[in-house]
Design a protein around this ligand. Sequence first.
Ligand code: NZQ
Ligand code: ZN
Length: 393
Amino acid sequence: MLGNFSYCNPTKLYFGEDALDNLSVELAKYGDRVVLVYGSGSIKKNGIYDSVMGILSSLGKDVAEIPDVMPNPTIHKLREGIQTAREHRADFILAVGGGSVVDYAKALSVSIHCEEDPWEKYYARFEEPSCEIVPVGVVLTMTGTGSEMNAGAVITYPEQKLKIGHVFADEAVMPKFSILNPRYTMSLPTYQMAAGIYDIFNHICEQYFSGEDDNTSDYISEGLMRSVIYSSRIAVRNPEDYEARSNIMWTATWALNTLTAKGKSTDWMVHMLGQSVGACGNATHGMTLSAVSLPYYKFIMPYGIKKFARFAANVWGVDAEGKTEEQAAEEGLAAMEGWMKELGLAMNLSEVGVTPDMMEDIVNGTLIMEGGYKVLSKEDVRTVLNRAMAEDM
Ligand code: NZQ
Ligand code: ZN
């Protein structure tokens, strides 16, 4: 394990079919003026809204609602929510939804008492909060982002064609608790389930494909990847399989709660490419990642060949006997491609609505990260994106 690091994750998790039973105990710890944040209606259809409202009213909480938080939440929606939360004098935020709702709640938590515009402070200048942070609790309904146990909050500025994630250093931004009931994810459309599964897998890849030392984080990552591959194959055939769905939910949380990043520089270029695609067209997050992944990994493979050969053997079971590292590594990516197609993921950019005229904005909006096996130039970014436009990878 190279480097120095600290590890602290203050989010308390409640997992399983009865997890919501713990909401009362947790809510009782906080003030009565609650802001309830949710999306565009799925929680009203599947009954989660009624269950949560029942608990809030039994505790006598004074609730203001911020509904209609959209996938890839915008800065405009955030500014609107800040007004609602200020008028309500919120002392707690309860997020009920997927990553978009949870990210939004965290962005709101650092903005209610902030005197500056949150975009400028947190997303343009990447500053840490200097104001009171309103505590957040989570009831998760979609699995993938890991937002339930991390300090990330991704916000989109559509007019600027920018989608920026700020991972706050302040642990106070992490949810105080998260309620994870795998049954709640069963009403997800298959497309969203598959997108979430690929998001999980790619979070692990982003942390795995960096560094050359022997590192415990990589062994944990390999185990998590094998678990998600195994369970996803069951879940796509039978989305009602509780065992598979529960493993997927638990893996998602551990894939991005900073554990597997310990002692690593981490890559995150697939996310930078995917987020720029998302900013230009509002496509589903996990699908933007799948659309760019293979061209990106094929592009960087020569620079991290040993790790790609290890990935092939330890994650995909490729037998390295009699093969060069390059042959084994290529076989690993071919196995990954086969699995991605089984899940029905977007395999190129046109499948997520990208047209050639959008390309320049996507290239310009792609932030370059420096922790992976190759630091891309803008020209490299263009090459990868052009390859991702091609019909057949
Ligand atoms: O709006 P509702 O009606 O809730 O519908 C949502 C939405 O349309 C629906 N959904 C959620 N739970 C459901 C359900 N439909 C039926 N039954 C349920 N139980 O699913 C759709 C997508 O939801 P969303 O929250 O947008 O998905 P996801 O969890 O993938 O979150 C995506 C956002 O998280 C960010 C992404 O960039 C994107 O903005 N990310 C956050 C990260 C973090 N905080 O660390 C890291 C990730 O890499 C990611 O960037
Ligand atoms: Zn992601």
